[in-house]
Design a protein around this ligand. Structure first.
Ligand code: ASP
Length: 331
């Protein structure tokens, strides 16, 4: 009798679960390549085309995985790794310089079913910080590793190592030199010192969301400075109960505003629509003197963007929606 009741309950639960699982099982992905003073007058037509092509490559890498039934984690890692490999963005190759003329990379990865996470800061020799964050998420035992210990962990698990100079580009070296000439430190009021952090959020056909963010931080930052990108709840968050979020902007203010947590909690506990939760949170960032943006993907629907800056490198695709790549605020 008890067994029969158990079977009845089990099938009732399956029946109840089926419709919502089916509607949540549409894949979707959104990516960003940083937000800031991105204006047509400052970007040549050739550069604009090259940036869009690299955004498209990253979006398509993630999309191919999701279309084939792959996991949101795999899709996020593929998209972010493609952006890390592009010299146009402030992550991996093309990352900004510290005040010491070195490159220190931060990244975080999180998946929303088990709320597993991996994060690294001050990475100097690991080719793909997002792959390192993902490996830490999968293998543990810790969630967050810093500095030489993070690179050492990467070596131990067999992730590719490169000299720090591998990440350096002339464009970013010039940005550091310009800053030094003006005798100014990294300043939150000057968004051009940090443009180009990259991130992705995705939902797979099982309905699991994932988020990943990777960055070089701020031009001229102090060695050892940690931004919002690798902090779960600030620049990166994934939780199937609210969605996945990846942020870019004035890191210190994003940390103080708890950007990703605030968006998630407003949606989860306050039942606020995600777009409104993101817009309200970015308005708070602005009120504290910060700028930037977020990409957000809920348990259903397409990826959303919210930014308080002139532009944000961004793209999205989904099972139902159009494939879009955008750069300027008025697109
Ligand atoms: N949020 C990043 C940081 O502060 C920089 C950026 O997104 O542009 O490290």
């Amino acid at each position: 009798m008890a067994f029969a009741m158990h079977r009845f309950l089990a099938s009732a639960i399956v029946l109840l679960a089926t419709p919502s699982t089916a509607s949540a099982a549409d894949w979707a992905i959104a990516i960003h390549g940083g937000a800031g003073v991105i204006e047509r007058a400052d970007i040549s037509a050739a550069d604009d085309a090259a940036i869009r092509a690299d955004l498209a490559k990253a979006l398509d890498a993630g999309t191919a995985i999701l279309k084939a039934g792959g996991s949101s984690t795999d899709a996020v890692v593929a998209a972010v790794a493609a952006l890390e490999a592009s010299p146009w963005f402030n992550a991996g190759v093309g990352a900004v310089f510290t005040s010491a003329g070195t490159i220190e990379l931060d990244a975080a990865m999180m998946e929303g079913e088990g709320r597993r996470a991996g994060a690294v800061t001050g990475v100097k020799s690991t080719l793909s910080p997002i792959a390192l964050a993902r490996t830490l998420m999968d293998k543990g035992p810790h969630v967050f590793l810093a500095g030489p210990a993070a690179d050492e962990y990467a070596r131990e698990v067999g992730l590719s190592q490169v000299p720090n100079s591998h990440f350096m580009t002339e464009r970013r070296r010039k940005q550091l030199n310009d800053l030094r000439m003006r005798n100014q430190g990294a300043s939150l009021e000057r968004p051009e010192v940090r443009m180009g952090t990259v991130g992705a959020v995705a939902r797979d056909v099982k309905g699991t969301v994932a988020a990943g963010t990777s960055t070089g931080g701020l031009t001229g930052k102090s060695p050892g400075r940690v931004g919002d990108a690798p902090l779960v709840g600030a620049g990166t968050l994934a939780d199937n109960r609210c969605g996945a979020i990846s942020a870019t902007g004035s890191g210190e203010i994003f940390i103080r505003t708890r950007v990703a947590s605030q968006i998630c909690d407003a949606a989860r506990f306050g039942k606020v629509p995600l777009q409104k939760a993101a817009d309200t949170t970015l308005a708070e960032v602005l009120a504290l003197g910060g700028d930037g943006g977020v990409i957000v993907l809920g348990p259903s629907g397409d990826g959303l963007f919210s930014f308080n800056s002139a532009g944000m490198y961004r793209g999205r695709a989904s099972a139902k929606g159009p494939r879009e790549i955008k750069v300027y605020g008025d697109e």
